[in-house]
Design a protein around this ligand. Structure first.
Ligand SMILES: [Mn+2]
Length: 307
């Protein structure tokens, strides 16, 4: 299986391989739409087992909260990582802010954490952000240990994969290896406040929108590598004001430097699974207007995850 002949120039990029590359946006407990989307791409079979051969699959994180079966998504990701490796492919994930929040509530549920104007607890913030008790009841030590070893960022072919549309990753190091190592150390011996800070940092968003977005994207790639950023975390409908039900693919923005793969599944949008490179340009940028939003302009003060 090879797509090398159709691949763009990737000279100088990190980790170039010739197996097909797929990336999955936020799932938030929506196991059945995820399975349908993976089945449609031929990455799993009807029984939910890996069928992607040598393909490389990356999940962008946020498996749990806000949807019916977050732990089912964790279980599927763990299972596919084993099955894909056995088949000569790979299925991997990045940690999103909701994985950090789940680990926080699992390890430190009622531990006080500081917020503007006082203090709260991991459990309060988790509940406020769509945490579901039945997920926590099913979450196991083995799953927590597995999640704690996962990276937060990766460069694959020419793509810089991150969960959040944020430059906060740079607060943990100046290379992918340093950042992932720092966060693996942090989660390997977790303490409440560093976990809380990590959650808050990975909850930041919006860095690649607006007038400074293209510069922020170029900065992040300048530090970490890659020629195009692929992120989740911020639902496309929040960026554009579109009806979530009408989202039908990734959004390319910031002068083509950034791909958003969060279809806004918990708002009624799709579970996006994209093969990279994208086959056709999505919303080719119109000079000077690509980041004009049509409705729900992002305002960090209005973000429930950030309060
Ligand atoms: Mn997120």
């Amino acid at each position: 299986m090879s797509i090398a002949s159709g691949a763009p120039d990737t000279s100088g990029a990190v980790g170039v391989e010739d197996a097909p590359l797929y990336v999955v946006g936020d799932v938030h407990g929506h196991l059945e739409p995820l399975r349908e989307a993976l089945l449609e791409q031929g990455l799993i079979d009807e029984d939910g087992h890996w069928a992607g051969g040598a393909a490389r699959l990356w999940f962008l994180g946020d498996f749990t909260d806000r949807g019916p079966d977050g732990i089912g998504v964790v279980e599927l990701a763990m299972q596919l990582s084993e099955e894909a490796a056995e088949a000569g492919g790979s299925s991997r994930m990045l940690l999103g802010n909701h994985e950090i929040l789940l680990l926080g509530v699992y390890f430190f549920g009622d531990h006080p954490v500081p917020v503007a104007g006082g203090s709260t607890t991991f459990r309060e913030i988790w509940l406020r952000n769509g945490g579901l008790q039945w997920d926590l009841d099913r979450f196991t030590d083995a799953q927590a240990l597995w999640l704690a070893r996962q990276p937060v960022a990766a460069v694959v072919d020419q793509y810089l994969l991150v969960h959040s549309d944020s430059n906060a990753y740079l607060e943990y190091g100046s290379t992918i290896e340093d950042i992932d190592g720092e966060i693996r150390d942090l989660l390997g011996d977790p303490e409440p406040l560093p976990c809380w800070d990590l959650f808050r940092n990975l909850t930041r968003r919006g860095a690649f929108m607006g007038e400074t977005g293209t510069l922020a994207a170029a900065d992040l790639m300048g530090e970490l590598g890659g020629r195009q950023i692929v992120h989740g975390h911020t639902p496309i409908p929040y960026q554009t004001g579109e009806d979530p039900a009408l989202i039908d693919g990734p959004r390319v923005y910031a002068d083509g430097q950034v791909i958003n793969l969060d279809g806004g599944i918990y708002l009624g949008g799709p579970c996006l699974v994209a093969r990279l490179p994208l086959r056709e340009p999505v919303e080719p940028p119109v000079s000077g207007s690509d980041d004009e939003t049509l409705g729900m302009v992002y305002d960090i003060d209005e973000d429930p995850e950030y309060r």
